[in-house]
Design a protein around this ligand. Structure first.
Ligand code: ADP
Length: 402
């Protein structure tokens, strides 16, 4: 069964085509990205599995034209993977914010779209683009069922004492201000995958998942369900990120706005786009570049990476305390997958938990492995995340049953 997975941004469309036989038996047929929608130098980069990437440049007026391009590429006589559009049985969309409306994925209808629209206030960069993607797909494939898969859904099992902020409760009642978290699809996948390779029963265990990419978050997973997570009302909260500050003393916000005469929008941009590694180090938002700078003796880059190690350590420590223990810590995404020194340094801070790190395995190439000694009380795994697979699975289940 062919499922098309769409991850729509304000000027881009990422896509994957999966042939799903069942949850674990599937193949990736093709993937690609449409970029710079609405700009003069638009492009589509399409990769049929096992073949070289093909890049085509052209002006792409809007998301509908972008979706048409994707579909045409899928049935292209040279690069295509499908005979006709009718091969696509369902489309799954990644939706960033579903607030407390959605604790699981949903078949798209007008009510679902209205709720995603309502949540745009909490994710102004993402949700409007996600709706554009759904609307564009409705126009080009009107009879194909569509499913919305929410980055926030996995976190809906958090107890109220972990999602409520100690603010006047009227803000929760009037404006739905509470913790929602993000990266839920990734945390869910990574907890399951890591439990599988580490021999831990997901339904009877204490797992901490660390998604460390341009955006980073850490989640406590108790018996397979989210118990707490580091991102908050929006994906700005938690640990240091590429350009996001994470959690800071809230009084700094009004203090700096006054001192620098900044508007709300300008201060929001400072915290989202000019902070994190970029703001702190003034070197780069990218860990690869920070590592290169450290090699050359740059102390600012060194400080940025030290803050990264400390933040991850603090979150793991607090979640281990919250769950009164931890059986498995799982790492994923660009920073964790490519920087073995990071796991080594974080885990060196966790020996008090009975964690015995396996440096040799950690330094070997390859992902999806356990990097602790067989007698380690706490296991550590590094796995590659696969949000698209979760979206394809949920889409298949909702449209065709289990
Ligand atoms: P996103 O959140 O955009 O999906 P990724 O998961 O791709 O982000 O992670 C991006 C981060 O991973 C960047 O800080 C980048 O420097 C780091 N990274 C990616 N590849 C490497 C690499 N080969 N070596 C070191 N760091 C890397």
């Amino acid at each position: 069964m062919i499922i098309l997975v769409i991850n729509c941004g304000s000027s881009s469309i990422k896509y994957q085509v999966l042939d799903m036989k069942n949850d674990d038996d599937y193949s990736l047929l093709a993937k690609g990205i449409v970029e710079k929608i609405g700009l003069a130098d638009g492009s589509i980069a399409h990769t049929r599995t096992g073949y070289p990437k093909v890049i085509k440049k052209q002006f792409i007026e809007d998301h509908k034209v972008g979706m048409e391009l994707v579909l045409n590429e899928l049935v292209d006589s040279e690069n295509g993977v499908l005979k006709s559009f009718e091969d696509i049985k369902a489309v799954g969309h990644r939706i960033v914010q579903g607030a407390d409306f959605f604790s699981e994925s949903a078949l798209v209808n007008e009510d679902v779209i209205a709720k995603i629209d309502y949540c745009s206030d909490f994710a102004p960069l993402h949700n409007p683009a996600n709706i554009l993607g759904i609307r564009a797909m409705q126009k080009v494939l009107p009879s194909v069922p569509q499913v919305a898969v929410f980055d926030t859904a996995f976190h809906q099992t958090m107890p109220d004492y972990n999602y409520m902020y100690p603010l006047p409760s009227s803000y929760y009642k009037k404006y739905r201000v509470r913790k929602y978290g993000a990266h839920g699809t990734s945390h869910q996948y990574v907890a399951g995958k890591a439990a599988g390779i580490a021999g831990v029963d997901i339904n009877n265990s204490k797992i901490i998942t660390c998604h460390l990419g341009n955006g980073s978050s850490v989640t406590a997973v108790l018996n397979g369900k989210c118990y707490d997570t580091s991102m908050g009302f929006t994906p700005l909260a938690g640990m240091i990120m590429g350009t996001r500050c994470g959690s800071i003393d809230p009084n700094i916000v009004t203090y700096i706005m006054k001192k620098e005469h900044l508007s709300e929008d300008e201060m929001t941009a400072v915290m989202n786009r000019k902070s994190g590694f970029l703001g702190l180090t003034e070197v780069s938002s990218d860990v690869r570049e920070l590592c290169e700078a450290v090699e050359k003796g740059d102390q600012r880059a060194k400080l940025g990476l030290k803050v990264l190690v400390q933040d991850v350590t603090k979150l793991i420590g607090s979640y281990a305390a919250e769950m009164n223990g931890v059986d498995l810590i799982a790492f994923t995404a660009g920073i964790a997958e490519n920087n073995p020194w990071l796991l080594e340094q974080v885990c060196a801070n966790l020996t008090f938990l009975g964690l015995k790190f396996d440096t040799k395995t950690n330094n070997e190439k390859g992902i999806d492995k356990v990097v602790t000694m067989p007698d380690s009380k706490v296991k550590v795994a590094i796995v590659s995340t696969n949000e698209e697979l979760v979206i394809a699975r949920d889409t298949m289940h909702l449209v065709f049953g289990k």
